[in-house]
Design a protein around this ligand. Sequence first.
Ligand SMILES: Cc1ncc(COP(=O)(O)O)c(C=O)c1O
Length: 423
Amino acid sequence: MNGQAHWDEEMTVLGPGISEAVRWAGLAVTEAAGMHLTDTSGRRIADLMGAAGVNLLGHSHPAYVEALTRQIGSWMIGAHASDARLEMTRLLRHLLPAHLDRVQLYSSGSEAVESAIRLAKSATGRFEILSFWQSFHGRTLGSLAHTSGARTGLGPTAPGSISAPYANCSRCPLRLTSPACEFACVDLARDILREQSTGSIAAILVEPVQGRAGNVVPPTGYLRALRRLADEHGALLIADESMTGMGRTGTILASDQPDVLPDVVVLGKGLGNGYPVSAICAPTNLMQRGPFGAPSASSSSYGGFPLACRAVAVVAQTVHRQQLADRAGEVGARTLTRLRQDLAGLALVSSVHGVGMAIGIGLNVTGKEQLREVFQQLVAAGVLVMTGGHTLRLYPPLTADETELTAAVDTLVSVLQRYKAPT
Ligand SMILES: Cc1ncc(COP(=O)(O)O)c(C=O)c1O
């Protein structure tokens, strides 16, 4: 069956609300290895979409395939103690900052964000959550209150949800410039809390790098300023590292910065490298607080099953042994430099930014139709990327062969160079 016929048949049954970029790509994939997908016509496509940051180790990573296959064959249902879970807990203890000494497992980023919010409410006895403009924290009803651009038409969000501008310096809502502004956006957040909070702030929920907004990297010191703001209110700082975690931005956690020490870290996406597993990590004294810490109060049907733990263990082991966080930082920096040079001066490109293996290319497109056209030209040339707003988002695997990555970037650059200024 050809790819188009394949898609058409599936789409007679699937709900239409699946990922727009996946629909635009329209690929029917038969197999995948490393950074590449192969479609039904045998064409190889460089996968820089990486399922929006899920593909951490690369497709069909041999150690991952071997370990998960072995685990399915031995035992996969039930949250009892297992070799896989023991190995996972040891590795996470080794890789994560020492104060984050407890882990609770879930199946998706949204679910883990919900859990982090429940933990914050339990630990503080308060109810309000501050999050940021253009954030993405998921689409379940609690997380949706902290996700921009997805709420229209869905009625009131969770009470106690407060939002303030993020430090998106290339499009500063305050029209200021960093560092001269001295984090005026954090001062505004402080003012917003003074005006809107009922004195019940439980947590500040933040992405260390805003993924869906286009891989927006805030200036150094921003998370520290938010830490201070949280402390002023006796609130927790929750770093949602679903996209950034496990090395993608050059360190195991993007929030692992001086004087930040988030109280709760959310992990997802690359944590399982495709197996749907997520986690919250927090200190014992917070995680044990009731009601969150009460028996069965924070469990889920699949939390801590052996296959999920095996996936996390292989990811953690591989990231650790192959020093993939360092590699992401180095290869990502070279890729970013190269893109900045080659895309400089192009009317289509408004900015090139990012950190590690999370890169954003802002486009001066006239609207969604032109974005779709650029995206589909890239797919036709053999490069698949993610979109977010008017940004192309690149998430190569941390293991990407640099020659292959350079070849994919060559193709991407040559496609973008074809475009003239919008009329
Ligand atoms: C930062 C962040 N948090 C939460 C989520 C939601 O994760 P999931 O789609 O696994 O529910 C995402 C997904 O893109 C994300 O990027």
